[in-house]
Design a protein around this ligand. Structure first.
Ligand code: UDP
Length: 344
């Protein structure tokens, strides 16, 4: 338990979602007082420990978030509540801008009303678009190629302007590919719909392990003649527990630095894996020869995104515990073996 943490109270928006629910557990075990704000649209009530208060509400309704902050003496907000599917954002940009931009504006304005002055914001490597140079540093130009990335970049601009005008303190954490499950098996990755690579590969492995015909695979590899070493997309997969530990470091930094302003950090492990490499590692971990179909690229997907996260490592004093995607795959596999999805 962290002594400083015991008196600190954090509101976690999106605490019923994938990353948010892992964050809630890590905050509790570090001794923080935690409440969750979530609309339960895509989150799961049972991902939140029963002892944690859930305020059910929607950020697009300012009254809901004002009610959540009223009289609660919140020290900081960790803001995960957002829509995060690249493909969906291309098809329904209105939905993304309303939830991610309008919703976050409502949140930060309610925070100002209630004198809550510290925000850890979930940003994304999707704000960089298709970078000219790799690996990506925080100085790499941001030029998103899909509405999801655009919506997150808009909020980064808002936070910079709020820092100047109102002294609003924030740290935007630009996540690369969040992956994996709790290392103790207590919590997994659940999305509805599930579109993420590692869960879909492991679901396919589970289907075959349960007697399904390998040739009937539903797994698709999006893009196979891209300008990458094996032609498939390369991503930097960061374990969800490492993402969460960086948020606690960010919170501590905001407490120590009164004139912090708005800061940004990449969160990745400085190593890229191609889609085929991830499939091969999943085959090794599961013992299943996983089959797939090669199809065209998915709209809005850059070929290669790999972080240079040394700023977070140096300035947040953050060290990822799992620098290789294999650990995330192993933990996720253990979770799915015990908690098989209904569709498999
Ligand atoms: N991907 C794939 N097949 C799938 C899902 C994803 O080939 O069924 C690829 C996708 O194009 C991307 C990488 O896997 O390059 C990671 O995708 P994911 O949806 O997990 O995360 P994102 O990069 O969109 O945040």
């Amino acid at each position: 338990m962290n002594d400083n943490a015991s008196t600190q109270s954090v509101l976690v928006t999106g605490g019923a979602g994938y990353i948010g629910s892992h964050m809630v557990r890590q905050l509790l075990s570090a001794g923080f007082k935690v409440a969750v704000f979530d609309n339960l649209d895509r989150g799961n009530r049972d991902a939140i420990p029963e002892a944690v208060e859930l305020i059910q509400g929607d950020l697009t309704n300012p009254a809901d978030i004002n009610r959540a902050l009223e009289g609660r003496n919140v020290d900081a907000v960790m803001h995960f509540a957002a829509l995060a599917y690249v493909g969906e954002s291309v098809e329904q940009p209105d939905f993304y801008y309303r939830n991610n931009v309008v919703g976050t504006l409502n949140l930060v304005d309610a925070m100002r009303t209630h004198n809550v002055n510290k925000l850890v914001f979930s940003s994304t490597c999707a704000t960089y678009g298709t970078p000219e140079n790799l690996p990506i540093t925080e100085a790499t130009p941001q030029s998103p190629i899909n509405p999801y990335g655009q919506s997150k970049l808009m909020i980064e601009h808002v936070l910079k302007d709020y820092a100047v005008a109102y002294g609003f303190r924030s740290i935007a954490l630009r996540y690369f590919n969040a992956s994996g499950s709790a290392s103790d098996g207590s919590l997994g990755e659940r999305h509805d719909p599930e579109t993420h690579l590692i869960p879909l590969i492991l679901w396919e492995a589970l289907r075959v392990k349960n007697g399904g015909d390998p040739s009937q695979t539903k797994l698709r590899v999006f893009g196979s003649d891209l300008p990458t070493p094996d032609g498939t997309c390369v991503r930097d997969y960061i374990h969800v527990e490492d993402l969460c530990s960086a948020h606690i470091k960010a919170f501590e930094r905001m407490g120590k630095t009164p004139d912090l302003g708005a800061e940004q950090f990449n969160l990745g492990v400085n190593q890229g894996f191609s889609v085929l490499e991830v499939i091969n590692t999943c085959s090794e971990v599961t013992g299943v020869d996983i089959q797939y179909d090669l199809v065209g690229p998915r709209a809005g997907d850059p070929p290669e995104l790999v972080a240079n996260a040394s700023k977070a490592m140096n300035e947040l004093e953050w060290t990822p515990r799992y620098p290789n995607v294999r650990a995330a795959i192993e933990h996720a596999w253990q979770w799915y073996l015990k908690n098989p999805p209904e569709s498999v």
